[in-house]
Design a protein around this ligand. Structure first.
Ligand SMILES: Cc1cc2nc3c(=O)[nH]c(=O)nc-3n(C[C@H](O)[C@H](O)[C@H](O)COP(=O)(O)OP(=O)(O)OC[C@H]3O[C@@H](n4cnc5c(N)ncnc54)[C@H](O)[C@@H]3O)c2cc1C
Length: 352
């Protein structure tokens, strides 16, 4: 915790005034004072350091080389929020990780997804400083929802393993120095024959019991990534609210029209009620339910954001189209909405 406050002071103390103007929504009923302070601090960092590059990153599909965002996030201690302090982390829980994920997603959905893949999917304890980028390679061209059917194979040889196979959809894949790669070490053992390998440039290592690591990791992945759609919904409101105050039709701001007020009311309600269900529980069906609910609402909120801006919402002059794409991803990545419903339904069916 001390490290976070140290990082905070590096960026100065101008947080409060700006954020009070910037955020029209209150989180004060959901968080205590320390959590609110953390949220405001990450928000300022994200708006100052990440948001100015969001459009360029979306257009070029690459991290800007001139701004070392990754390292800056490391200096701000964002990579090791849940890692113990003795390993250089902040020693905080998953609620703080979710708060950071929300604020980063508010600034840029794609940077936040990269951050989520690095700090959550990939073992965050290894990658706290931001010197290295991490990735997780699980999906394959023919193994998406049915990921256990993966074909990637690891054969034991003298001094280690040789891994052969094709991986796909690996967030941070092109730039990662450290990868968690899942492969079959026993093709006859089904899900029990999967091993998680930690592969780093210049270093080899492996973790056994891959399917356990894979499935337990998916619960936490869903929990932390559920905060992504929250940030995107907040970004939709950040775009829409100033617009409807300024845009005039029929001689008055469109925000005075009841239809538009109804839309922003629905958007706000979707955001706030999703925050309530993002409550830090680590139960497979609750993790699946949290991201299912937040992701589907985020897509609807992004569609409403486009509608509120009319023609301007449809073209790429405003962020709304990007926000819709960023929101829709959360219905697909980390297991699709359909798979999440199966996880929840199966859990409920099994419970006494
Ligand atoms: C931008 C992005 C980033 C990603 N990052 C990573 C990453 O870092 N690491 C990684 O390993 N993977 C990653 N993924 C992969 C992601 O996890 C898969 O896309 C996801 O699991 C779905 O697999 P699929 O795309 O092959 O779809 P499919 O599994 O082919 O599914 C197609 C459709 O069929 C439905 N379906 C499939 N099975 C069932 C069923 N049993 N019942 C009902 N409906 C079903 C699905 O819900 C979906 O609607 C990423 C994907 C994207 C788009």
């Amino acid at each position: 915790m001390q490290r976070f406050f140290a990082a905070r002071s590096i960026l100065g103390n101008a947080v409060k005034t700006r954020m009070r103007c910037f955020s029209s929504l209150s989180s004060s009923l959901l968080f205590d004072d320390t959590q609110l302070q953390f949220k405001e601090s990450v928000s300022k960092f994200a708006q100052d350091v990440i948001a100015p590059h969001a459009e360029r990153i979306d257009k070029t599909n690459s991290f800007p080389k001139d701004v070392n965002l990754w390292k800056k996030m490391g200096e701000f201690n964002l990579h090791g929020i849940t890692a113990p302090e003795e390993y250089g982390g902040l020693g905080l829980g998953y609620l703080y990780h979710c708060i950071a994920m929300e604020e980063l997603s508010r600034a840029s959905g794609s940077v936040a997804l990269s951050y989520g893949a690095h700090s959550n999917l990939c073992i965050n304890q290894l990658l706290i400083s931001g010197d290295h980028i991490g990735a997780l390679a699980m999906s394959e061209p023919n193994a998406g929802s049915d990921v256990v059917s993966m074909k990637c194979k690891a054969d034991k040889v003298d001094g280690g393993y040789i891994i052969n196979g094709n991986k796909m959809w690996c967030t941070n894949g092109p730039s990662a120095e450290t990868l968690i790669v899942y492969a079959k070490t026993d093709t006859k053992a089904g899900s029990k024959g999967i091993t998680a390998f930690i592969i780093e440039k210049g270093m080899a290592g492996f973790v056994r019991a891959g399917v356990y690591v894979l499935m337990s990791g998916l619960d936490l992945e869903r929990l932390v990534l559920a905060a992504g759609p929250l940030g995107i919904m907040q970004a939709c409101l950040d775009t829409v609210l100033p617009y409807i105050r300024q845009r005039e039709q029929f001689g008055r701001p469109i925000g005075e029209l009841q239809f538009i007020q109804g839309k922003v009311a629905d958007m706000y309600t979707a955001l706030q009620s999703s925050r309530d269900c993002d409550n830090g529980n680590i139960d497979p069906k609750d993790c699946a339910g949290t991201i299912l609910c937040a992701a589907e609402r985020a897509t609807q909120v992004a569609l409403q954001a486009i509608q509120c801006l009319g023609g301007n919402g449809y073209i790429n002059e405003y962020a709304t189209g990007r926000l819709l794409r960023d929101a829709k991803l959360y219905e697909i990545g980390a297991g699709t909405s359909e798979i999440r419903r199966i996880v929840i339904g199966r859990g409920l069916f099994k419970e006494p």
